[in-house]
Design a protein around this ligand. Structure first.
Ligand SMILES: Nc1ncnc2c1ncn2[C@@H]1O[C@H](COP(=O)(O)OP(=O)(O)O)[C@@H](O)[C@H]1O
Ligand SMILES: [Mg+2]
Length: 325
């Protein structure tokens, strides 16, 4: 793997709840190479958005960082003051969140919002700002006449693309996207993903992408992380995780998406519910739903273990691999 742009180390996030702290992200670690596209999948509530918020240092109460490091180009973001973080936002890391449809300021034109972001982070002249604003809109196939439009004057798909244009405005090294296409129809989704991918090749930024759409994952991501109950249970090259998922949860997840080229489908393949995050079971968090679970699984929490460039959090996989060796 080339020089990592991002190193996440044992990241933990808790939400304060009436029943006590809920561990929504429980010790997540991964590296992201420059220019790499990492997809994250897992059923609703498994902590994908919370993880992205924690990486971008955007957690707010009742969420809080309970431990770990987020090294961006070697700088630990978890130790920075808000004003120091502000220097990195947009320039180094930009974020398109799940609610991006509503993230634009309704009272400002698209052009004014792009200008504000440029003024906050650069010394660019008005002329340069106008030129760059038109350029990023063109990248996402929005005509420059819409610099004068207010968000409500754009369609949902255009607003989403305008958000992505804003995210790319200052050529960040990492773009974090949380289901950015989920509000779009299939045709608009495909065209947006195609644009993101063309831009990634042109500009060389890395992407962390959360999605329910397995066809997006299979077409665009270099590596795939599968999350369950706040943990990464499997991480590897996308093709490998698709073709040979090793964790029983990943296997169930892949079976729930029989056709990679078909429409996205809700996860239906695995009976049962995820565990309580306030009072999680002692052993493997997936054990209560796992057809293969044994006593060890029910009593000892498995570590994420690396086999080559593939990582799996499962006692049974660990045992099989040891016997194979
Ligand atoms: N503001 C909040 N307060 C309490 N719990 C929360 C809050 N936001 C999320 N959670 C809980 O954290 C867990 C992870 O949520 P989330 O990160 O949104 O999952 P995902 O994006 O994978 O659907 C879920 O159990 C959810 O209920
Ligand atoms: Mg989410």
């Amino acid at each position: 793997m080339s020089e990592p742009i991002l190193q996440v180390r044992d990241l933990r996030v808790e939400y304060a709840t009436p029943a006590g702290p809920a561990q929504a992200v429980g010790g997540v670690s991964f590296d992201l190479a420059k220019g790499e596209f990492l997809a994250i999948v897992g059923e609703s509530g498994c902590g994908k958005s919370t993880l992205l918020f924690a990486v971008a240092q955007l957690l707010t109460y009742p969420g809080r960082l309970a431990g770990g490091e987020v090294l961006f180009d070697g700088v630990d973001f978890t130790t920075l003051k808000p004003e120091e973080l502000r220097l990195h936002r947009w320039r180094d890391i930009s974020v398109v969140m799940q609610s991006a449809m509503n993230a634009l300021n309704p009272t400002l034109t698209i052009g004014a919002q792009l200008t504000d972001a440029c003024k906050a982070h650069t010394e660019w002249s008005d002329e340069k700002i106008a030129q760059r604003s038109a350029e990023v809109l063109a990248m996402v196939a929005i005509d420059a006449v819409h610099l004068k439009s207010y968000p409500f004057q754009l369609s949902g798909g255009m607003r989403q693309r305008a958000m992505i244009a804003m995210a790319l405005l200052l050529e960040p090294k990492l773009v974090i996207m949380d289901e950015p296409t989920s509000a779009l129809d299939v045709v608009a989704q495909r065209s947006l993903m195609h644009q993101v991918e063309t831009l990634r090749h042109q500009l060389g930024f890395a992407v962390i992408f959360v999605t329910h759409d397995m066809s997006v994952v299979s077409h665009y991501s270099d590596r795939l992380a599968v999350m369950y109950a706040g943990e990464i249970v499997e991480l590897g090259p996308t093709r490998e995780v698709f073709d040979r998922p090793e964790h029983p949860y990943s296997q169930g997840l892949m079976e729930a998406f029989p056709s990679l080229l078909g429409e996205s489908k809700q996860l239906t393949g695995i009976a049962g519910n995820p565990p309580s995050l306030v009072d999680p079971p002692e052993g493997c968090l997936f054990a209560p739903r796992c057809a293969y679970a044994n006593d060890e699984c029910r009593s000892v929490r498995p570590e994420l273990i690396a086999y080559g460039n593939h990582q799996v959090r499962c006692h049974l996989v660990a045992r099989t691999r040891k016997n194979d060796a």
